[in-house]
Design a protein around this ligand. Structure first.
Ligand code: NAD
Length: 320
């Protein structure tokens, strides 16, 4: 598409930020990696596919979410997942347990769902209460229904580049990069955080021989020294450490792509909820230096849900 000079100028006017770093001044065009928009595009496609399945007399995908206790953030996440299922025409079931539930009761329920042919995906919202091991519960989910991609069988397959359920947040990040056609080939990606849920899997995906992928990846964690210097070398930063506003402007080189995974609730008396969400990146400081950046909220969060839906759809269509 040919873009007129006027349009280009308008775009520059909207997005350009000026600043200085050391002795150098910089000018870069920042654009938003809009997770809401990208997720909506995925949901729109899924909606059409599900409607087609139903017309053909096939059953719609069915996701079962298990929620233990009443942690506020977990309630919100599960409610968003259930709502997203409804939006695209999936069946969803929410099973709730008291905070005090015995592990054996949870495992019995998972076994029942494993054996139920109507169920395509099972997710257990983490964290679980202290008396229940996350690992025992995740390992009880059949790998073919493990749409969160946390089971060691899926983690191992992903490591080897075999078809697998990829954890929803890393998968969502890759889908976001793909949606905005971000060039990753040969780039240096710095991932901050090494959890099994985000940091470690995203580092594997970014270094895979794929598109997006083919990055040279550095993984940083709580014992990393010189985090600032390492980040400053990055073409792409994925911040997943859970510490608000850790990534500041002096850690980011001009034109970098910044993916902020962090979501922390910080008290805010001006909000009805009493809190607001903060990312791991100091958005106001960092955004002007970036070529692309995700907002919080509205960046990685919606993509995580879209990726979960895609995994559930995949489970349903490969089984039936
Ligand atoms: P986690 O606590 O399991 O892992 C945090 C990682 O950060 C650890 O590997 C730790 O070594 C590293 N780390 C901690 N402090 C550090 C420091 N100062 N420097 C470098 N590394 C440091 O957390 P997680 O489950 O991976 O989640 C990370 C963040 O992402 C949290 O804010 C979480 O809420 C958010 N999250 C968001 C989504 C989403 O959908 N947007 C999904 C999952 C997690």
């Amino acid at each position: 598409m040919k873009v007129t000079g006027m349009l280009v100028r308008n775009k520059i006017k909207r997005n350009h930020r000026f600043g200085t770093h050391g002795n150098a001044s910089y000018l870069c065009t920042m654009q938003i990696l809009d997770g809401k928009k990208a997720a909506q595009a995925i949901k729109d496609d899924l909606k059409i596919d599900v409607a087609q399945m139903v017309i053909e007399g096939k059953k719609a995908p069915h996701l079962v979410a298990i929620l233990v206790g009443n942690n506020g953030a977990s309630e919100t996440y599960v409610a968003s997942k259930v709502k997203a299922c409804e939006e695209v025409g999936f069946k969803s079931t929410l099973i709730r347990f008291e905070e005090t539930v015995y592990k054996i009761r949870l495992l019995e329920e998972i076994e029942k769902l494993n054996n139920d042919p109507d169920v395509d995906g099972i997710l257990v919202q983490l964290p679980l209460p202290k008396h229940i091991s996350n690992e025992d519960v995740i390992n009880a989910i059949h790998p073919d229904k493990d749409v969160d991609g946390f089971h060691p069988v899926n983690a191992g397959k992903m490591m080897q580049g075999l078809p697998a359920f990829v954890p929803a947040t890393p998968f969502g990040i890759m889908l976001l990069l793909k949606h905005y056609k971000i060039e990753t080939n040969g780039k240096h990606a710095v991932v901050i955080g090494r959890s099994n849920i985000v940091g470690r899997p995203v580092s594997i995906l970014l270094s895979s021989n794929s598109n997006p992928g083919n990055c040279t990846v550095t993984i940083c964690h709580s014992h990393t020294q010189n985090l600032k210097e390492i980040c400053f070398e990055a073409d792409i930063i994925v911040a997943a450490l859970g510490k608000p506003e850790t990534v500041t402007a002096d850690m980011v080189k001009d034109g970098a792509v910044v993916i902020d995974v962090g979501i922390t609730r910080v008290p805010d008396a001006t909000k009805k909820s009493g809190f607001r969400l903060k990312g791991d990146v100091h958005y106001e400081m960092v955004a002007p230096k970036c070529s692309w950046i995700t907002p919080v909220p509205g960046g990685v969060g919606p993509m995580t849900i879209a990726a979960l839906l895609k995994n559930t759809f995949y489970s349903c269509t490969t089984k039936n």
